[in-house]
Design a protein around this ligand. Structure first.
Ligand code: PFF
Length: 457
């Protein structure tokens, strides 16, 4: 066991784990996805529902993924096999996790590459509009390669020397940079209106669709539904309190999403840019916002540097899910796994990179999907995001929660939660077991059905 732990690696400290897991959670989901969803969902009402979903549903489910990882000390496939054997059909769920990590990493790296490009845009492509920027094959593929190479470099270093060390450096930098942009944003004339939009709920905006979108975002933002937290939990020492460590991750992640709101909505209000600009909000609208403000160039570079950093600490967790599978279940070394998976991810990412205008047959899939696309997605990247990042994560979370609550057994899982920790009193543990067995599977099923009937996320 001791040599095995040495080979797999383990977090060096509690704060190291918290920063790495918070780094996984905090990413494009907080700074790019949350603001545009809140902008489209009417502001404060969406924010309130999202907070309820994160605390009431995301957090208990996060504890479950962490517990399964720590119990088994394995990647998602190995974790499931350790409980039900290699021939069980449940292994397919683990395999889905690994595949989802690979696919999400491919298109996530493309968007992250744009962020890297925007951080140095004044140097590499001054004055080039977003549409032209994403349609340039050399630009997008070059930036994708840069971002993916950074991800590989961190993961090849392993758990303590790679992921933990970099999370400890990058996350504090992210927080400081965000505070600087917030100070600039909230001191702009007219900022108050944006803050009010973000904070004061308008309940006439609430609909079932909005609740479902908020739930889906709660899963995406906490990196749930594809075993990233099973994997990170597998490097957690038995002496740690899962509820305390996981609780910090939820707090950090929520604080950063709210900070992103304080960064973006006052700036939009001050410059009159529409908050409901959709997924392009960050890349299309914000540079316009920055251009209109004093010290805008500096704020812009700062913002896109921090978006790249946030994306990096998430992409390493996506890659780690796949790498941990090969390290645990095959004879491949960490270095070999990282290089081979990195190569395949790069190839897999190319069609996504070229799907924003560079190659017409990837950018407009109406010849395959009809004029409305599938769930509104009509290009290759958006299609992967909807199929894997949205519907796929929900399906993954549904099966994993059933597996943990009914196959492993919620009471057994609760014992793992109680080990090394005392934050959860017996009463709270009872509530958790009930939620895992009945409430969560039901609610997650609602998200999936909501997605399937075509709710526009
Ligand atoms: N939580 C990340 C974000 O908000 O950007 C995205 C993510 C990372 C989703 C890792 C899933 C995952 F396993």
């Amino acid at each position: 066991m001791a040599t095995e732990t040495l080979q797999r690696g383990q977090w060096g400290s509690r704060i190291g784990f918290i920063l790495a897991a918070a780094g996984s959670a905090i990413g494009l989901g907080n700074i790019w996805r949350f603001p545009y969803l809140a902008g489209e969902g009417g502001g404060g009402a969406f924010v309130l529902i999202y907070l309820v979903c994160v605390v009431g549903i995301g957090m208990p489910y996060l504890f479950a993924e962490l517990a399964l990882g720590r119990k088994s000390q394995r990647n998602p496939v190995g974790a499931i096999m350790s409980l039900v054997g290699p021939r069980s059909l449940w292994v397919i769920v683990g395999a889905f996790c690994v595949l989802a990590g690979f696919v999400i990493l491919s298109y996530y790296s493309v968007i992250a590459g744009w962020a890297v490009g925007y951080a140095v845009k004044e140097v590499i492509a001054p004055g080039m509009p977003f549409g032209e920027f994403v349609a340039s094959p050399t630009m997008v593929i070059g930036l994708l390669a840069v971002f993916l190479a950074l991800t590989l470099l961190v993961v090849v270093g392993g758990i303590e020397q790679g992921i933990e060390r970099w999370a400890k450096i990058l996350l504090p930098i992210l927080l400081v940079l965000m505070i600087l942009v917030i100070i600039r944003s909230v001191t702009l004339p007219g900022a108050g209106e944006g803050i009010a939009f973000f904070l004061i709920p308008d309940f006439s905006q609430v609909s079932l669709d909005l609740v479902i979108v908020a739930l889906g975002q709660a899963f995406f933002t906490l990196s749930l539904g594809m075993g990233a937290m099973i994997t990170y939990g597998s490097y957690l020492a038995k002496t740690e309190d899962i509820a305390i460590s996981g609780g910090y991750v939820v707090i950090f992640n929520t604080v950063v999403a709210l900070m992103a709101g304080f960064m973006i909505f006052p700036a939009l209000a001050a410059t009159g840019v529409d908050a409901a600009s959709g997924p392009a909000l960050v890349f299309l609208a914000l540079p316009e916002v920055f251009a209109q403000m004093p010290l805008g160039g500096l704020v812009s570079v700062t913002f896109f540097v921090l978006l790249s950093i946030a994306a990096l600490t998430s992409s390493i967790s996506l890659l780690e899910v796949v790498v941990s599978y090969f390290v645990d279940e095959t004879a491949w070394s960490r270095k070999k796994s990282v290089l081979i998976i990195g190569g395949f991810t790069f190839l897999m990412a190319i069609p996504s990179a070229l799907s924003q205008g560079a190659v017409a047959s990837l950018s407009d899939l109406s010849y395959l999907l009809g004029d409305d696309g599938l769930f509104g997605a009509n290009d290759f990247l958006s299609l992967l995001d909807v199929l894997v990042g949205s519907v796929g994560l929900a399906i993954g979370a549904f099966f994993l929660s059933i597996f943990i609550a009914w196959v492993w057994g919620a009471s057994e899982a609760a014992k793992e939660l109680e080990q090394g920790g005392s934050l959860l009193t017996p009463g709270l543990i009872k509530v958790w077991v009930f939620m895992m067995k009945y409430v969560l599977p039901l609610i997650i099923a609602v998200i999936i059905i909501g997605n399937l009937v075509g709710i526009d996320v």
